[in-house]
Design a protein around this ligand. Structure first.
Ligand SMILES: NC(=O)c1ccc[n+]([C@@H]2O[C@H](COP(=O)([O-])OP(=O)(O)OC[C@H]3O[C@@H](n4cnc5c(N)ncnc54)[C@H](OP(=O)(O)O)[C@@H]3O)[C@@H](O)[C@H]2O)c1
Length: 217
């Protein structure tokens, strides 16, 4: 008799540009999704497109029965949503793809944290104790994320950073489900390497090159 593969459920809060692409790739890898967004219209539209594997709910409902949550939010709204969900996050994998940047009306992008300050460490400080944080899924622009997933014959790498071994195992499963090969860049102190302007950002590489980039740093 074939062993049954358990269905895993991920909440994705934020169904904008990157949240939508992550949702589609996870759903095509077999993940069940609970989606939410600010006014819920984009979450409902996305859930309808994905079909049976996804439902649109509100932020707090998204966590119900979820094995993990991906906060696909702009860095500037992240803390507010974490505060809203704080009592639900203990014991949960929290995945953050956010780059700590903002853009002005002219589209000029600037970092919202002081130079050298690790965004991963800042987000970890906002989380309640017991939440397991991995910075991941924010290293590739959405179009590249979509085109590089399920690459054959050699899968493309997605880098992540965490201080927590259990979070590492969990985020590796999600990265594989989305069609990539996971590679740990380091602890949260190294999350700057994953960001816009970081040396590992925007790279579509295989495992050997990814490892040499990590080892060579
Ligand atoms: N875009 C990319 O290619 C890319 C690539 C890598 C990493 N990132 C990072 O990913 C993050 C998101 O970027 P994005 O381009 O996807 O932004 P975006 O298109 O503006 O999407 C942001 C999403 O957040 C939702 N949201 C805002 N406030 C919320 C709240 N209080 N509760 C629930 N949902 C809320 C919005 O809801 P509505 O839909 O209802 O407005 C929207 O779905 C950023 O930090 C960015 O640095 C982006």
């Amino acid at each position: 008799m074939k062993a049954e593969i358990p269905v895993m459920t991920t909440a994705i809060i934020g169904t904008g540009v990157i949240g939508s692409v992550i949702a589609r790739q996870l759903a095509s890898g077999g993940e069940t999704l609970r989606l939410s967004s600010a006014d819920n219209e984009s979450a409902r539209t996305l859930a309808a497109k994905i079909g049976r594997a996804a439902v649109a709910v509100d932020n707090r409902d998204a966590l119900q029965g979820a094995d993990a949550v991906i906060l696909a939010l702009r860095f500037t709204v992240l803390k507010g949503v974490i505060d809203e969900l704080a009592d639900q996050l203990a014991g949960t994998l929290v995945v953050v793809p956010s780059n700590p940047v903002t853009a002005d009306a002219q589209g000029n992008v600037s970092r919202v944290l002081p130079k050298g300050q690790s965004s991963g460490k800042v987000v970890a400080g906002w989380l309640p104790s017991g939440a397991r944080l991995a910075m991941a899924f924010g290293t590739l622009p959405a179009d590249l994320f979509e085109s590089a997933s399920n690459r054959s014959p050699e899968p493309a790498v997605l880098f992540y950073a965490t201080d927590d071994d259990h979070a590492g195992e969990e985020v590796e499963r999600l990265i594989r489900t989305a069609g990539f090969e996971p590679v740990k860049a380091g602890g949260l102190a190294q999350s700057g390497r994953l960001e816009v302007d970081g040396d590992l950002h925007g790279l579509v590489v295989g495992l050997a090159e990814a490892r040499s980039l990590i080892d060579g740093a």
